[in-house]
Design a protein around this ligand. Structure first.
Ligand code: HEC
Ligand code: HEC
Ligand code: HEC
Ligand code: HEC
Ligand code: HEC
Ligand code: HEC
Ligand code: HEC
Ligand code: HEC
Length: 258
């Protein structure tokens, strides 16, 4: 056997390949040579003993501490809340979603009290308006939905029916009400100037309250011959800008003359 000839032939064979293929095959050889010993270091012990998974993970997971109790046990001690909750809108929200993992609490209620999320920041985690939430899911914009008050002053967290639509004028006409509350007319009731049928509060655009139509309406309190009431300032209806209605100059919800 002619040794140098053999090498020459291998060399010629090798040189027939383009440069990229040569480099790639060198890399491949190094990879395989390194992989064989390293593979045994990477595959965890026990893998493959009982099939294509790590047999020991069964014991390891079953040995972990149990944190969650499940909702069925709560009924043993909180049957009042469970029975309210299971009929309400939050029936599909598990107790432990809001109160946190409860296994320790179930074992020893007095030694392990639970989280009670009373603060206003909590409920918007699920109810803040986000356009990608499912259509029809009850959502609010917390910046404008009764700001500053905790949600649970109006909604029972275990049975969150939306309270009835409020009937005070203030609930829907908040800006006017706030304006009036710092004005001279603070003690003049809305309904003194607006006759408001009850249906307006249910179907406000269809049934509208009255609005003052004449100068004499305001004159009922402010004219010189209006019935005496302490401290109300009077004008002479004949001479006080008679060509205009009063609210062209005085905003009735914030009447300032000075
Ligand atoms: C073995 C009876 C028992 C079981 C089961 C039980 N609790 Fe309680 N729980 C109590 C007692 C007693 C208290 C009052 C202890 C206290 O005031 O610290 C309490 C208080 C609470 C409180 C109020 C904590 C506070 O600080 O105001 C919450 C919330 C609560 N439990 C939730 C749950 C949930 C959720 C479950 C089911 C996973 C549950 N409990 C299961 C007995 C139990
Ligand atoms: C949406 C969140 C939420 C869910 C779901 C929820 N809770 Fe509560 N829970 C609260 C809040 C908030 C309070 C505080 C109520 C308060 O202070 O008026 C509370 C209070 C409690 C209390 C204290 C008693 C009291 O009146 O102060 C107990 C006990 C309790 N929850 C048990 C449960 C059980 C049992 C379940 C499941 C059936 C459950 N909760 C589901 C939010 C929740
Ligand atoms: C883990 C998510 C989650 C949290 C946290 C949560 N909710 Fe809910 N809420 C729901 C689900 C789910 C419904 C039922 C929606 C449905 O019926 O389509 C619901 C329904 C409601 C409704 C009924 C709206 C209607 O008319 O249909 C109100 C009100 C409400 N929640 C208030 C609250 C308040 C207040 C809190 C805080 C104490 C709270 N939610 C915390 C998931 C949540
Ligand atoms: C001052 C009382 C009050 C407070 C505080 C309050 N709400 Fe409401 N909420 C209402 C009333 C009244 C309604 C029903 C009328 C309406 O839609 O405005 C309602 C309706 C809802 C609805 C149903 C909306 C729908 O489209 O069906 C959700 C959800 C809700 N509130 C969640 C919350 C959350 C979350 C908070 C705290 C961040 C909160 N509310 C604070 C009074 C309140
Ligand atoms: C449930 C919400 C709601 C309540 C409660 C409510 N309003 Fe209204 N009100 C509306 C809406 C909505 C409109 C129509 C606004 C528009 O179309 O520009 C309106 C319009 C009005 C108007 C204007 C009518 C017009 O023709 O321009 C007056 C005045 C008025 N309300 C007075 C009152 C008074 C006074 C109360 C309390 C006794 C009251 N409202 C309670 C929602 C309400
Ligand atoms: C002193 C009488 C008076 C009182 C009190 C009063 N209003 Fe008015 N309101 C008027 C007059 C006058 C107008 C018509 C203004 C116009 O046409 O420019 C009016 C207009 C309105 C309008 C129509 C929209 C607008 O801003 O012009 C609404 C809504 C309204 N009032 C609601 C209320 C509410 C709610 C209250 C109680 C918080 C109230 N008003 C108290 C006299 C009054
Ligand atoms: C129920 C009686 C009553 C009616 C009706 C009434 N006001 Fe007044 N008004 C008052 C009272 C009370 C004050 C506060 C005391 C005062 O400064 O005169 C006041 C204050 C004022 C002031 C400020 C006076 C000042 O001293 O600076 C003006 C302007 C005014 N009203 C305009 C009107 C106009 C315009 C109307 C008709 C839309 C009207 N008022 C209807 C009771 C009334
Ligand atoms: C063209 C604008 C204009 C009209 C219209 C108008 N006012 Fe005035 N009003 C004023 C001005 C400006 C003042 C402050 C200067 C003054 O006292 O004359 C005033 C002052 C007042 C005062 C306070 C008087 C005092 O002594 O402090 C009252 C009350 C008043 N107006 C009520 C009314 C009533 C009621 C009407 C409708 C009958 C009305 N105004 C129509 C412009 C107007």
């Amino acid at each position: 056997m002619n040794f140098p000839d053999e090498i020459k032939r291998i060399r010629a064979f090798w040189n027939r390949f383009p440069e990229q293929v040569k480099r790639l095959s060198i890399a491949l050889v190094i990879f395989i040579v390194v992989l064989i010993p390293v593979r045994n270091m990477l595959v965890p012990p026990g893998f493959g003993d009982l099939g294509h998974y790590r047999a020991a993970s069964l014991q390891e997971n079953s040995a972990q501490n149990i944190h969650y109790a499940g909702r069925t046990v709560c009924i043993d001690c909180h049957d009042d809340i469970v029975s309210v909750n299971k009929k309400g809108y939050h029936r599909d929200v598990a107790c432990e979603t809001c109160h946190g993992p409860s296994a320790a609490h179930v074992d020893d209620p007095d030694g392990n009290s639970l989280r009670v999320p009373r603060d206003r920041g909590y409920c918007p985690l699920c109810h803040e308006y986000i356009s990608s939430r499912p259509t029809g899911f009850p959502q609010i914009v917390s910046a404008s939905h009764n700001p500053l008050e905790p949600c649970i002053t109006c909604h029972n967290p275990h049975d969150p029916v939306p309270p009835e639509t409020p009937k005070e004028c203030r609930a829907c006409h908040a800006e006017i009400a706030r304006t009036k509350s710092v004005s001279y007319h603070v003690h003049v009731e809305c309904v003194r100037c607006h006759d408001t049928p009850e249906e307006h509060k249910l179907d406000p655009r269809a049934v509208r309250p009255s609005k003052p139509m004449t100068r004499e309406f305001c004159g009922g309190c402010h004219s010189e011959d209006a019935p005496a009431t302490n401290g109300i300032s009077r004008i002479d209806m004949e001479t006080h800008e008679p060509r205009y209605v009063c609210w062209q100059c005085h905003y009735p919800h914030l009447p300032e003359a000075r």
